[in-house]
Design a protein around this ligand. Structure first.
Ligand code: NAD
Length: 494
């Protein structure tokens, strides 16, 4: 069986404590995974700190760092089949999703390399030249040792989004993967070595809340970057507040998908399904609240209920599967709990609503694609479920759609469906959310920022914003000594 070891200072090592990660499709063990002790975590941070101050890393030219990013991208593509197979087994991703994840991670490193080559780490201020002999510069500098924590839903992609800007900025990090899905990040660790990343720049461990808390408490950590639930993010922000720490948060969502009355139903119906069912709804940007204008609501609802029967829930290894199991028993229970609550609250069940246990499904955590017609006072209108459950609400008009869409503590993503592009853009601009698709869903561009408004987070990943999140900016003021001596002005205060 595969062994997932701690990756510290460029070396793979075992530890005293281990567990078996489970395949959510059948309960079989995927790998033996080593958990870090507190001493291991301290050593990982020390390795990151030593690497940060090493002459090799500090002195490495940005083009050389870009070369490393490009090599990582190439090697991800070379090891694509192995990564896909392991991601499917470890996380329950469908084959399609796992293939897309590897491609997205590879393309992210490649695009980031291009951005890094062009990025100006020193920018002269052309506007202000005080007394003609002073010059001002913006100097972008790496933030230092980072502690990074990722969730289980997109294990490889989340690791890529965290590690990429660390390398691009010249920072260093200890990344903690989620205990449920530690496998593919370990392959990425092998790739980092193969790509020539200096030892200790990126260290990878796994573990749960206690390992995460211990990692974040280390005083050498200059920046915390967390992706996960809003509840845990809130706690992390409180702790970071005590130390006024640099913080990036990518948190939960309850994204609105708005179908205007002039939408093309031939794409909007499938779009609505894809928006909430991708990876069994375990995507932070899932479109889990659907608003449809009254004029087309009956027709749209009928088409949706009919079309949902074609969604193929299946074994993740089957190429025809749309989505497979949810990640673990705890997640299954949470989702089924929300379904029960919705039934009790009187939300109208339009489709699904049950766990699937026939045949092959008996060994895993499968849930039917589920549709509820709801009003804003229903629990599932407001709370993130992270499962294949959609809350549908008819709306009178665009204004009501925007009002209800913005009636959420979250603001991560959303979409508008309309044949009238300008009308859709007008609606999109009114949404308080970090990403809006028009006549699309779930597509990401690695050159563009991703992240949330409101309680969906602070900061952005990807795009130039994603790299800048790992840079401090210094204002450097330089006065010519001889010229300065001719014009003393300190005497004004004596
Ligand atoms: P989670 O918050 O339970 O856990 C996320 C990570 O934090 C895991 O690695 C976990 O071990 C660790 N952790 C848990 N408690 C901790 C603590 N007290 N201190 C430090 N680390 C701790 O979230 P999850 O269930 O793994 O993931 C699902 C959540 O992630 C959803 O809310 C989803 O919306 C969110 N998410 C957001 C984005 C985004 O980009 N905004 C992307 C993916 C997932």
């Amino acid at each position: 069986m595969k062994e997932i070891k701690l990756f510290i200072n460029g070396e793979f090592r075992t530890s005293a404590k281990s567990f078996h990660s489970e395949n959510p499709a059948n309960g079989e063990a995927v790998a033996k995974v080593y958990l870090p002790s507190e001493q291991d975590i301290d050593q990982a941070i020390d390795a990151a700190e030593n690497a940060f101050y090493s002459a090799e890393w500090r002195g490495m030219d940005q083009n050389k760092r870009a070369d490393i990013l490009e090599k990582i991208s190439e090697k991800l593509k070379e090891r694509r089949n192995e990564l896909v197979e392991l991601e499917v087994a470890d996380s329950g991703s469908s084959l399609r999703k796992a293939k897309a994840d590897v491609a997205n991670a590879a393309s992210y490193f490649k695009v980031l390399a291009g951005q890094l080559r062009k990025f100006q780490f020193e920018v002269k201020d052309e506007n202000a030249s005080r007394a003609g002999f002073s010059h001002n510069y913006r100097i972008y500098e790496p933030v230092g040792v980072c502690a990074q924590i990722i969730p289980w839903n997109f294990p490889l992609v989340m690791a890529a989004w965290k590690i990429g800007p660390v390398i691009a900025s010249g920072s260093t990090s200890v990344l903690k993967t989620a205990e449920d899905t530690p496998v593919t990040a370990s392959i990425l660790a092998e790739i980092l070595n193969d790509a020539g990343l200096p030892k200790g720049v990126v260290n990878i461990i796994t573990g749960g809340a206690s390992e995460g808390e211990y990692l974040l408490a280390n005083k050498k950590v200059k920046k915390v970057a967390f992706t996960g639930s809003t509840a845990v993010g809130r706690k992390i922000m409180q702790n970071a507040g005590q130390r006024i720490q640099n913080l990036s948060l990518e948190l939960g969502g309850k994204s609105a998908n708005i179908v205007l009355d002039d939408a093309d139903l031939s794409i909007a119906v499938d779009g609505a399904l894809y928006a909430f069912l991708y990876h069994a709804g375990q995507a932070c940007d899932s479109g889990t609240r659907l608003f449809v204008e009254e004029k087309i609501y009956p027709e749209f609802k009928e088409a949706l209920v009919k079309r949902i029967k074609d969604v193929k829930v299946g074994l993740p290894t089957d190429p025809a599967t749309a989505y497979g199991p949810v990640v673990n028993k705890k997640q299954l229970d949470t989702i089924m709990g929300y379904i029960e609550t919705s039934k009790k609250e009187g939300a109208k069940l339009l489709a699904g609503g049950s766990r699937m246990t026939d045949g092959d499904f008996s060994k895993g955590y499968y849930i039917q694609p589920t549709l509820f017609e709801v009003t804003p006072d229903h629990t599932i209108f407001n709370e993130e479920i992270f499962g294949p459950v959609l809350a549908i609400t008819p709306v009178k008009n665009e204004a009501e759609a925007v009002k209800l869409a913005n009636q959420s503590i979250y603001g991560l993503a959303g979409a508008v469906w309309s044949k009238n592009q300008q009308r859709a853009i007008n609606v999109a601009k009114q949404l308080e959310t970090g990403m809006v698709w028009i006549n699309e869903y779930h597509l990401l561009n690695p050159g563009m920022p991703f992240g949330g408004y409101k309680q969906s987070g602070i900061g952005r990943e990807m795009g130039e914003e994603g790299m800048k999140a790992y840079l401090e900016v210094k204002h450097l003021w330089v006065s010519d000594c001889d010229e300065r001596a001719k014009k003393p002005w300190f005497d004004a205060i004596f």
